[in-house]
Design a protein around this ligand. Structure first.
Ligand code: NAD
Ligand code: UGA
Length: 464
């Protein structure tokens, strides 16, 4: 096993930041440098005011407070980070390709390749290179190819160590992971590299939960895990549509099937549709990989998970329109929540974006309140779709800092994110100021339906 004194992580995002902060916390003898080309992001990570960290995650600022400046550092000097490190994590973004071959499905590996080339160019000794980003199976082959062809002649051992944290619970997930997965070659030097990385995690994770596999199994396990998780949500959401036709209750069904120990109770919460930067991206990537091996049936099977999710978002918007006497033209629709789930400021692929877009097609006025998402992010998300011009978006979409302002005079109220605070609002006060009939569309099934009906609201749930 090699001794690691210095770690560099390329990419100070939702994964790199929290993951490295916890590794630094649990391994005070290792210096951890997180580097990124995004100057603003690094400045925010270094901000003396811990409330200005670029990522909101419960518990994160406490970990950063303890480690930053001790053995955790943030910098834009990528070359220096690479040179100093014994082990380099690559934790850059791997978005869906928006151009060329595989557009709309394949993962764009441009940033990964740039990192590999930079490591090959500036490294001055042997390194262990760890894929932390989620990557298509066999990406390590390309990394190996680039690194082994570098002129330096140094030896680079490639490991796959995918991350399974979920946003909003990142710190808890990192502190007590179900498992840590490390894939690497079965050669003596590959085994040594796997053991070296295992030892870093074993500073706090029980040994039996640190799993070693070959590199391809590790890469493909990550895509498989996300596909299975996304599939569970699409499966329960498919049943929610059937429930709405049959007076069955999707939450009762989830409870009934979840008590079967073979199915289990988690991840069966029906919703307006899953969002987040990864489920859609990773399932589409799986579809692309299957297609590229000629496995059409496999590709079509997984593609249905995405199609069902699109259907669920559209179905929710359609219900708002239908219950608004088939028109939302110039009507004020209040959105409670914009983030893709509670306890995060991340909005990537949030269902709210697509529901709003659908309502904008019908000329609605959308007023958004979210406790953590700034106005400019909402506009950027809608503009990114390229379906409405920016001027029209700014005219039709308003972002407010007060939920009571959002709901006042609204024709409909829609819950898009399951923020706990929505349950605590003074719904009598909201009822007094909203237009009648007072329609609430609970896209997360979090509100007390009976209590709201007693007040006078019509409450439309998912799958009830
Ligand atoms: P992110 O966009 O938040 O962060 C990526 C960072 O990498 C950005 O700050 C970007 O500036 C930086 N970067 C890109 N190219 C660079 C380069 N050449 N040099 C230096 N910095 C560079 O992304 P993320 O959400 O942290 O995701 C990173 C990876 O982890 C993705 O593959 C994702 O699929 C995977 N993942 C994400 C999550 C999650 O919850 N967000 C969970 C598990 C796995
Ligand atoms: C997900 C996985 O849970 C992580 O294990 C994985 O590491 C990560 O993707 C990734 O690879 O990026 P994340 O997207 O952060 O994590 O959050 P989830 O809790 O999985 O929620 C994803 C979406 O599904 C959210 O929009 C959430 O509201 C929705 N969801 C989740 C449901 O609609 N129902 C559920 O029962 C659970």
């Amino acid at each position: 096993m090699k001794e690691v004194k210095n770690i560099c992580c390329i990419g100070a995002g939702y994964v790199g930041g929290p993951t490295m902060a916890v590794i630094a916390l649990k391994n005070p003898h290792i210096k951890v440098n997180i580097v990124d080309i995004n100057e603003q992001r690094i400045a925010d990570w270094n901000d003396a005011d811990l409330d200005k960290l670029p990522i909101y995650e419960p518990g994160l600022k406490e970990v950063v407070a303890e480690t930053r400046g001790r053995n955790l550092f943030f910098s834009t000097n990528v070359d220096q980070g690479i040179q100093d490190a014994d082990m380099i994590f690559i934790s850059v973004n791997t978005p869906t390709k928006t151009y060329g071959k595989g557009k709309g499905q394949a993962a764009d590996l441009k940033y990964i390749e740039l990192c590999a080339r930079q490591i090959a160019r500036v490294a001055k000794r042997d390194k262990i290179v760890v894929e932390k980003s989620t990557l298509p199976v066999r990406t390590a082959e390309a990394l190996k190819d680039i690194l082994s062809n570098s002129e330096s002649g140094f030896k680079f051992e490639i490991l796959s160590n995918p991350e399974f944290l979920a946003e909003g619970t990142a710190i808890d997930d990192l502190m007590a992971p179900d498992r840590v997965l490390i894939g690497g070659d079965d050669t003596p030097s590959g085994q040594e590299a796997k053991d070296t990385l295992s030892a870093i995690y074993e500073a706090w994770v029980p040994k039996e939960q640190v799993l070693q596999t070959n590199v391809w199994s590790s890469e493909l396990s990550k895509l498989t895990a996300n596909a299975f998780l996304a599939q569970r949500i699409s499966s329960i959401n498919a049943m929610s549509a059937l429930c709405e036709e049959t007076e069955a209750d999707v939450d009762e069904i989830a409870r009934a099937i979840g008590m079967d120990s073979r199915i289990g109770p988690k991840f069966l919460k029906s919703s307006v549709g899953f969002g987040g930067s990864c489920f859609q991206k990773d399932v589409l990537n799986l579809v692309y990989i299957a297609k590229s091996y000629g496995l059409t049936e496999v590709a079509e099977y997984w593609d249905q998970v995405i199609q069902l999710n699109d259907y669920q978002k559209r179905r929710f918007a359609d219900k708002i329109i239908k219950k608004s006497y088939n028109t939302v033209n110039d009507k004020k629709i209040a959105f409670l929540g914009w983030a893709f789930k509670k306890d995060t400021n991340d909005t990537r692929e949030s269902a709210a974006i697509y529901v709003a877009d659908h309502l904008l097609d019908e000329n609605a006025q959308v007023v958004v309140y979210d406790p953590k998402v700034p106005a400019e992010q909402v506009y950027a998300d809608l503009e990114y779709l390229n379906t409405h011009d920016p001027e029209e978006i700014r005219k039709r979409v308003k972002i407010v800092n007060d939920p009571y302002e959002a709901t006042s005079e609204a024709h409909a109220i829609a819950v898009l994110t399951e923020w706990d605070e929505f349950k605590e609002y003074d719904w009598n006060k909201i009822f007094a100021s909203t237009l009648k009939p007072a329609n609430v569309f609970d896209g997360r099934n979090i509100l007390d339906k009976k209590a709201l009906e007693v007040i006078g609201f019509n409450v439309y749930n998912i799958g009830k």
